[in-house]
Write a protein that binds this ligand. Structure first.
Ligand code: APR
Length: 239
């Protein structure tokens, strides 16, 4: 009897593969998740820190929080889960698309190439006046809040609650999900839409759906394969 890990590993040998990741894949790099035991939203209020309204009312507070997260991520290293996905991409004979909800940039640092960032990137800033975007890897950020050359406030180039996802990223992610032969949802609680809806899109388009997560998620019922455990342990076994 073939094991679930074996079945998933075999399915990755050909065809169109999509890896859909969430904060859980960075947990073993000591980057806090959002809804886990010590998750960010357990200790901080998303309404006060991750909305346009919060930024408008107190940009310094919001930037102090993002600067704190940048300092944590700056010290973090990609783990064996990130590295395994980069290797699966290198070995892929068909297409491989990595759709991430993460803003930490650890997939890039692990060497992943075809990465779609649905929720933006914490290492980029956008001007609230002239809309210019630029990479900013200054740690710690000084001064806070940062300003653009045009004089207007800069904001983190991430997607806040109540904001639309970047159109081109969403289109690429949705297209990849409809074309997928294998769709792996890794380290996501699958609760935040529209991103979480990609699992259903892939399933309805005929993809084999695999879940990698130590805990149950609402997407488990859509999955053919559920691999219960930390991504850093499970993903290397798929090589
Ligand atoms: N390996 C795999 N999964 C893990 C690990 C691990 N080592 N540790 C925890 N997990 C799982 C948790 O069980 C949980 O299901 O990762 C998931 C993390 O869920 P969330 O914290 O809700 O993160 P995510 O799904 O990425 O959140 C989606 O919500 O707050 C917004 O914009 C933010 O992108 C984020 C979005």
């Amino acid at each position: 009897m073939e094991s679930t890990t074996e079945a998933v590993r075999r399915s990755l040998r050909a065809g169109q593969i999509v890896a859909f990741t969430g904060a859980g894949i960075s947990a073993e790099s000591h980057v806090p998740t959002f809804r886990g035991v010590d998750g960010l939203w357990r200790n901080y209020s998303p309404e006060r820190l991750a909305t346009a309204e919060a930024f408008a009312s107190d940009p310094r507070l919001v930037w102090e929080w993002y600067d704190w997260r940048r300092q944590i991520i700056h010290k973090a290293q990609p783990n064996s889960g990130h590295q395994a996905l980069a290797e699966i991409e290198r070995r892929a004979t068909g297409s491989f698309t990595l759709v991430t909800q993460n803003v930490d940039g650890l997939h890039d640092r692990a060497g992943s190439r075809n990465v779609v960032k649905l929720h933006g990137d914490i290492w980029w800033v956008r001007c609230t006046g002239c809309a210019a975007e630029e990479q900013n890897q200054q740690v710690p950020l000084k001064p806070l809040p940062p300003h653009c050359h045009c004089g207007a406030l800069l904001r983190p180039a991430v997607v806040w609650f109540g904001e639309a996802l970047p159109e081109s990223a969403w289109e690429r992610a949705h297209e990849a999900a409809t074309q997928a032969d294998v769709f792996m949802a890794i380290g996501t609680s699958a609760q935040v839409y529209p991103a979480a809806g990609l699992v259903q899109v892939a399933r309805q388009s005929g993809a084999h759906v695999a879940i990698v997560n130590p805990d149950p998620t609402p997407a488990d019922e859509l999955a053919e394969w559920v691999l219960r455990g930390p991504a850093g342990e499970i993903l290397p076994r798929l090589l």
